[in-house]
Write a protein that binds this ligand. Structure first.
Ligand SMILES: NC(=O)c1ccc[n+]([C@@H]2O[C@H](COP(=O)([O-])OP(=O)(O)OC[C@H]3O[C@@H](n4cnc5c(N)ncnc54)[C@H](OP(=O)(O)O)[C@@H]3O)[C@@H](O)[C@H]2O)c1
Length: 267
């Protein structure tokens, strides 16, 4: 598959300054796709843009945007300008609060919800709409195994990731007929600066066998045409920590979709 033809000429990567987002930027750029790189810190983005342009002769745009603010989607649309975006990767999404729900002010949780839910939905609405018109494109929602169940210290985080999972599955059914691929890339523990920071804050050692961001990005792009879910480290038909495998989820989503279309129609 020629990724540039299917997902070019521009990709938007939300949360590109380090870790998985940065690894995605390298992968995407190596395919000849131009990159719009977003995060709060501009310096690492600009450094990354210099590296990508030199290594892959692509164009890069950088923008410092706090994705947890109410006007984040407008700021992203503004940064995109008239560029044709064929790939959206919603990567920024980790929980840096790491607390019980009632132990932190509500505004902190609201920021997390804005970034993980409203920013993701708003960008998918804008960019997905344009992809549907063009009848091609791809959307990767970087998720977490936390989407499969709530737990202490993760009530809001797992709630946002559960939203992204169901939202992405729904989008997959809606956009599939138009040639637009949607994938929930559900990660387990991955060796990112943000995760290392959380471990250090909690006084925990770095576990062995963390996934490497480069592998995650490579597999994510490979699995993009095979949505709606990929569970990191598992075959399509294996369940692991998820209550069902990606394959079982896919056929259940298809069955639910048939039942929904029986009521609402197929157009
Ligand atoms: N690492 C793991 O073990 C793990 C496990 C399961 C799932 N995941 C998922 O993988 C994705 C990446 O995780 P990660 O560990 O790399 O941490 P992350 O904090 O989600 O991602 C880091 C990137 O996101 C940017 N970012 C974070 N908050 C932002 C904000 N409010 N506005 C703009 N940019 C923001 C950071 O740049 P700036 O700091 O410059 O803004 C950085 O580029 C997340 O969706 C996470 O849920 C990770």
């Amino acid at each position: 598959m020629n990724l540039k033809e299917k997902y070019g000429p521009w990709a938007v990567i939300a949360g590109a300054s380090e870790g998985v987002g940065k690894a995605f930027a390298h992968r995407v750029a190596a395919e000849g796709i131009n990159c719009i790189l977003l995060s709060r810190r501009i310096e690492p983005l600009e450094q990354l843009a210099i590296e990508l342009k030199a290594a892959h002769r692509i164009e890069c745009v950088t923008a410092s945007i706090d994705l947890s603010t109410v006007d984040a989607v407008d700021a992203i649309i503004n940064a995109i300008g008239g560029r044709e975006v064929g790939l959206f990767i919603a990567n920024a999404g980790a929980d840096s609060i790491n607390s019980r729900f009632l132990d932190r002010p509500y505004c902190e949780w609201q920021d997390l919800i804005h970034r993980n839910v409203l920013m993701v939905a708003g960008c998918c609405h804008h960019l997905g709409g344009l992809m549907r018109e063009r009848k091609r494109g791809g959307i990767i929602l970087v998720g977490s195994g936390a989407c499969y169940g709530g737990s202490s210290f993760m009530a809001v985080y797992s709630g946002t990731k559960a939203f992204d999972l169901c939202f992405g599955e729904g989008l997959w059914t809606e956009l599939r007929p138009y040639g637009v691929d949607v994938l929930n890339l559900i990660l387990g523990q991955t060796d990112t600066p943000a995760f290392r920071e959380t471990l250090a804050k909690m006084g925990q050692p770095v576990p062995e066998n963390l996934a490497a961001p480069e592998d995650v990005a490579r597999v994510g792009l490979q699995r993009l045409p095979h949505g709606p879910v990929h569970n990191w480290g598992l075959e399509d038909d294996a369940a692991g920590y998820a209550p069902s495998s990606a394959a079982a989820r896919r056929s259940r989503i298809e069955a639910i979709d048939r039942a929904t279309k029986a009521i609402f129609g197929d157009n």
